[in-house]
Design a protein around this ligand. Structure first.
Ligand code: ATR
Length: 289
């Protein structure tokens, strides 16, 4: 890679940022497409978010990605939002446009792309159950409702947080029936049975947070089980669901597609999909989280 006076700069802000996989696959894609761009990891502590965004504006960044814990807070420091980002109230991609820094949410599109392309699942008219009520669950619930899901049940340890997402869905997507259940509610079983898609959007199943997000009773061959976690590639939840005959998918393709959509937003070009996928997978294999 040659960096010179014409290099366009993008990057990712987060705290911590050491584990990010994004620089590897974005830079590989710039190289493959022969674009004079560079993608940097940018550690930004929460109390420095405002000055960091101002700094990127002053330094003529072409855009940037945003990860934990800034996806919501960054909204206060940018100049506009796309419709999706406005509804989800979270931004993971910013592009410099004529009106200043504009915030997008490509997690939403990344999730739907992976469902359609890799699992052959169209959410239109289907029922889904989402476990979790953080930022990831918010993007998934919005993506499903926006793409015609008939019903969404949100299950969370803290139901009050799930109710906030339910409210957002009710206000924006009248055609989607939405319901909230606590993690220990016995009615979950009947909601599992009527759902075709079950999504784990909690951190339960990661290395430092082992266990099952919900009991697997009722899960069977008619279900698609989507775990947003990609490290480990097969959580205990996916393994148990698979042994009961369900189809399963992990979060790596969502990560890939959200990155591809961001790359296209910035450059205006179709991203080199194979290069990005190969780089992401080899980085994942190389690392021990
Ligand atoms: P993200 O932005 O990735 O969604 P988050 O906002 O921290 O991350 O949300 C994490 C989700 O995992 C939440 O739904 C959280 O439940 P609470 O809302 O009750 O905090 C859920 N979660 C994390 N650890 C959990 C655990 N041990 N048991 C159940 N739910 C858990």
């Amino acid at each position: 890679m040659t960096i010179d006076g014409k290099t366009k700069i993008v990057g990712i802000i987060g705290w911590p940022i050491e584990h990010t996989l994004s620089p590897a696959f974005h830079n590989a894609a710039f190289k493959k497409a022969k674009l004079n761009w560079v993608y940097l990891p940018l550690p930004v502590e929460p109390e420095h978010l405002g000055p960091a965004v101002e700094g990127m504006k002053a330094l003529n960044f072409a855009g940037f990605n945003i990860t934990m814990p800034h996806k919501r807070a960054v909204i206060d420091y940018i100049d506009g939002l796309t419709e999706e980002a406005k509804i989800i109230e979270a931004v993971n991609t910013v592009k410099r446009e004529d009106g200043g820094f504009i915030g997008y949410n490509t997690d939403c599109r990344g999730f739907i792309e992976s469902l359609r392309r890799d699992a052959g699942f169209d959410p239109g008219g289907r029922s889904a159950l989402i476990v979790g009520a953080g930022g990831a669950a918010r993007s998934v619930a919005t993506a499903l409702a926006m793409n015609g899901a008939a019903a969404v049940t949100i299950v969370n340890r803290t139901p009050a947080k799930a109710r906030l997402i339910a409210l957002l869905i009710k206000e924006n997507f009248a055609g989607c029936e939405v319901k909230v259940l606590a993690q220990n509610d016995e009615k979950i079983l009947s909601d599992i049975k009527r759902s075709q898609l079950i999504v784990n959007a909690t951190s339960v199943g990661m290395g430092n947070n082992p266990g099952l997000p919900i009991a697997v009773d009722g899960i069977g061959k008619d279900h698609l089980i989507y775990d947003l976690i990609y490290s480990p590639p097969e959580t205990e939840f996916l393994l148990k669901a698979k042994s009961r005959g369900a189809r399963v998918i992990n979060g790596v393709k969502m990560l890939l597609y959200q990155g591809m959509v961001a790359w296209e937003i910035w450059t205006g070009q179709r991203p080199p999909a194979e290069t990005m996928a190969e780089t992401l997978l080899s980085e994942l294999q190389r690392r021990v989280f």
